[in-house]
Design a protein around this ligand. Structure first.
Ligand SMILES: Cc1cc2nc3c(=O)[nH]c(=O)nc-3n(C[C@H](O)[C@H](O)[C@H](O)COP(=O)(O)O)c2cc1C
Length: 267
């Protein structure tokens, strides 16, 4: 590729990526909820400032009142302050957050009174994960609206799905429960990180039939992810982080299969 061709390709990729930036109709830029949702970032560095009790209570309440399939509320939340986390896991809350919530997909509770999913563990699990994830996002957005930052974790610090068995043992969780993620809450240290590359709308939305992804946009997105990761993680790289995931995924897959299907063959 000549220098000129390289420059044209570079400009092309920049234009494609800029299409992923937030787009808000000018009539709505002042909408406070929209601002909260669009300005939210995953924050991974927190100050020591504690979260006031009433603020944290409101965040939990946003989780409790989230929507769910047939109002089954298939979730449980393990709630921690720094001391409780240390007692349970022998270390600080990841990124030294002030509070943490482990979000658990839970159909055990409903099963006490209702067999909503007879012989359908995959549907049961999927429904529970859907609902618990929505509750997690409700807490995350409520936190942001109250000036509290957060990050959801499924791997970092043995905090979620990839260490589900470890968490299940630590928390004494019964069958029909699966820990999904930890949400770490706190006050952000310093400015928010830049928005990581989000896919442009034409890659995401379609009307009628599924639209095949544009290969060039997908390649640009991946290279931006790799470059962004490099810029924000001095001692790690996107590839090495992916390897950490891949090393744990095999065991996590086996553990989750056991938790969801209780050793029964799906067929
Ligand atoms: C379910 C879930 C699990 C995640 N797990 C981790 C994690 O283990 N470690 C981490 O640093 N970030 C984790 N994240 C944060 C993502 O990396 C982050 O949401 C993504 O890069 C997009 O950035 P943004 O949240 O600032 O838009 C997780 C996010 C979600 C929704």
């Amino acid at each position: 590729m000549t220098r000129k061709q390289g420059m044209i390709a570079g400009i092309g990729s920049l234009v494609r990526l800029l299409r992923g930036r937030p787009r808000i109709p000018s009539s709505l830029v002042d909408n406070p909820l929209l601002q909260v949702i669009l300005n939210r970032r995953s924050v991974r560095s927190f100050t020591a400032r504690p979260i006031p009790e009433d603020v944290f209570a409101a965040i939990l309440e946003a989780g409790r009142l989230a929507p769910s399939t047939v109002n089954l509320q298939t979730w449980a939340f393990a709630v921690f302050d720094a001391e409780m986390w240390r007692q349970t896991f022998g270390q600080s809350i990841p990124f030294r957050g002030s509070r943490a919530v482990i979000v658990v997909a839970d159909t055990y509770r409903d099963r006490q009174v209702l067999d909503a999913f007879p012989h359908s563990p995959l549907v049961e699990h999927t429904v529970a994960v859907m609902n618990a994830s929505l509750a997690a996002m409700n807490m995350n957005v409520a936190a942001e609206a109250l000036g509290v930052s957060s990050v959801m974790l499924s791997e970092t610090g043995r905090s979620g799905l990839l260490d589900a068995k470890y968490l299940k043992d630590k928390l004494g969780l019964p069958e029909s429960t699966v820990p999904l993620m930890t949400i770490v809450f706190g006050y952000a240290r310093g400015p928010y990180p830049p928005m990581p590359p989000k896919l442009p709308e034409e890659q995401i939305f379609f009307e009628g039939q599924y639209r095949p992804p544009d290969q060039e946009t997908m390649k640009d997105w991946l290279s931006q992810m790799v470059a962004g990761y490099k810029a924000s993680h001095l001692r790690s790289s996107f590839e090495s982080q992916l390897k950490v995931y891949q090393n744990k995924i095999g065991q996590a897959e086996a553990d989750l299969h056991e938790m969801i299907f209780h050793g029964k063959d799906r067929s």
